[in-house]
Design a protein around this ligand. Sequence first.
Ligand code: FES
Length: 193
Amino acid sequence: MSTLRTASQRLSGLRLAPKQLARGIVQLAPRSSQPSLSPSLSAVRRSGPSVRQQPDLLRAFSTSPAVRHGHVDPPKPGEELWVTFIDKDGVETKIAVNKGDNLLDIAQAHDLEMEGACGGSCACSTCHVIVTDQEYYDKMPEPDDDENDMLDLAFGLTETSRLGCQVVMTKELDGLTVRLPSMTRNLQASDFK
Ligand code: FES
């Protein structure tokens, strides 16, 4: 009995004749008299105006800027900082860069041989560079634990080794020179899990 009552309550929005109910015939009432759905749901179910045409249904859509590895913008005149790369053959490349650029992006933007296998997420050692001048090395913030862990995997580690992706150019580093090692080990953190 109570089941019948519940069913009848659920069907309260439908127009049913007692005989039809008894025979199990259910006829939907005209659309206008059907219980209304929530405004947003009814809008989705209608084939009428699209959601785009109903401002109240629009929700803010946001994106975060894409990370562009290997891209750096040329510095404005007067704002250049200078960094020099020495490749494994001893060829020097002096580059004008912006404050905030990191050595991996700079090297890749200028087609220098720096692999950056993990895309700059401090999970490999293929962006290993050797700072030629201890004075500049001391001006850099200390490497954190993640960087030190990856440096331990680097080929030809030295006292002034750093990961290029973790070295960000600042005014203090203007004039920095780094050497690229003769080879790198493409070992990533995931190789040790
Ligand atoms: S690119 Fe992998 S640690 Fe720098």
